[in-house]
Design a protein around this ligand. Structure first.
Ligand code: BG6
Length: 452
């Protein structure tokens, strides 16, 4: 029996993602035997907490409510202060346990330390794991400080840093397609690939998260974590073994090979925008300079990718919900029937699909053939299902390591510093984002139109 201790159980993340994912796993018979002990600040009984969760679950698609009836009995609730004193009761805990911090980020260190002081990281009676939600730090220095605080009581292999993009079916498929099709390996490099673009465009706005978002911005919210993880999976050397240790080492190596962005020259490597009307959103200061769109260009000083740009971008209130990772191949030197747009391999994330673009002959004309296979759409909590199972199983493969998180901050830190000055470029809602994104591109390269 695993004790799943959930901090922040009354919060949005628990109700919208963690608990729905758990109920679905439970309904499918995939969840190991566990009980949930939830902590929060509200003075509630078990029954009140269950009611509170049930209300939201009824509104979410794909949540098996019948299973919830049985599952809810495993949930218990306690109001407590986030200190060693407040959490005294956990001292009695014995056996396997997971401590999940679904808390505001400024409480991560405090919670990890309180738990550590109580001795619950000690694994004498069973495994002990600490799951930490995002965001992990706000810059390199704060991420290093957080890692240090966690390590005061927890070993690195006990820490599971959540990045839900690593649990997405599309991300796992990217890795699968890359590593399970041997013929792709010889072309997965700068000799054949001209450039790589990773786009995560959203039509959504702030979704009631103004306070968090205005302090974060698109670079921290999406690029530093999710997009750089996707980048690492594309850019890394293929690991000989598919275990957590090999994957993490290879991703880290790819991130370390990213050429530092020169602080005096950030405009050539990064672009930012803010949608028109952002400053009128509830909770956003009228003079906010937070970017709701960020793009960057990276060069990777590795044998595989030397000289090849990787373009990453993400933004809110754009023309469409479009997400893709595209490897754009170099044109052939002499095509028999004239030139066509170069071939490419595209992983679409929303909805999941895989595309291969090839030049073909149709009569006397060259034509582009786009082979497409749908990979399906998963519910919003699909990624959480995957990651929760891995967490309960102790598999660190899809959780970023200390080094990966810090390297990712090293990459974006010069941009963050430069963006303390100046203003993001305004862009219309429902558009392709700011024009300045195009200035980053090397001659001949182009961003794909969003949503076409
Ligand atoms: C989150 C960001 O980490 O990822 C959000 O904080 C963003 O701003 C979200 O909307 C995107 O992921 P998904 O899976 O909801 O498309």
């Amino acid at each position: 029996m695993i004790q799943f201790v959930l901090f922040g159980i009354t919060g949005d993340l628990s109700r919208r993602l963690i608990l729905p994912a758990m109920v679905r796993l439970f309904a499918q018979g995939k969840l190991p035997e566990l009980t949930i002990l939830g902590f929060g600040t509200r003075d509630w009984s078990d029954e009140q907490l269950r009611q509170h969760v049930a209300e939201l679950l009824r509104t979410l698609p794909g949540v098996p409510l019948k299973a919830w009836e049985r599952f809810q009995e495993r949930i218990h609730y306690q109001a407590a202060e986030l200190s060693a004193e407040g959490l005294q009761g956990l001292k009695q805990l014995s056996g396997d346990a997971v401590f999940y911090l679904a808390l505001p980020p400024d409480l991560f260190a405090q919670a990890a330390q309180a738990l550590g002081t109580l001795g619950v990281a000690d694994e004498r009676s069973g495994f002990r794991r600490l799951a930490v939600e995002k965001p992990f730090g706000t810059d390199l220095a704060s991420a290093q400080a957080l890692n240090q605080a966690l390590h005061a009581f927890w070993r690195e292999d006990q820490i599971f840093r959540m990045d839900h993009f690593l649990g997405k079916a599309a991300t796992q498929n990217l890795l699968h397609v890359r590593l399970a099709n041997r013929f792709l390996e010889p072309i997965w490099n700068g000799y054949h690939v001209d450039f790589v673009q990773i786009t995560y465009a959203e039509t959504l706005g702030l979704e009631g998260r103004a306070r968090y978002y205005d302090r974060s911005g698109a670079l921290r919210d999406m690029l530093q974590n999710h997009l750089l993880q996707l980048f690492a999976l594309v850019a890394m050397e293929p690991p000989a073994r598919l275990d957590a240790q090999s994957l993490r080492i290879h991703k880290l190596e790819a991130l370390r090979a990213v050429r530092p962005i020169p602080p005096g020259n950030v405009d050539q490597f990064a672009a930012r925008g803010q949608y028109v009307g952002y400053r009128n959103e509830p909770g956003i200061p009228a003079d906010s300079r937070t970017e709701t769109f960020a793009a960057m260009k990276l060069y990777v000083d590795s044998w595989r990718w030397q000289g090849i740009p990787f373009y990453l971008r993400s933004g809110k209130r754009l023309a469409a919900d479009a997400a893709e990772i595209a490897l754009v191949f170099r044109p052939a030197p002499a095509a028999p029937l004239g030139t066509l747009p170069p071939g490419r391999l595209v992983f679409r994330m929303k909805p999941g699909a895989l595309e291969l673009w090839l030049s073909t002959r149709h009569g006397d004309e060259a034509q582009q053939l786009r082979l497409q296979a749908a990979l399906g759409q998963e519910p919003e909590y699909g990624a959480y299902e995957e990651l929760l199972l891995a967490l309960l199983d102790g598999d660190l493969s899809f959780f970023p390591s200390e080094g990966e998180v810090e390297e990712a901050w090293r990459i974006v830190d010069p941009i963050l510093r430069a963006w303390q000055q100046g203003e993001p470029e305004p862009y219309e809602q429902g558009s392709e984002g700011p024009k300045s994104q195009h200035a980053l591109l090397d001659p001949g390269d182009s961003w794909d139109p969003i949503g076409k």
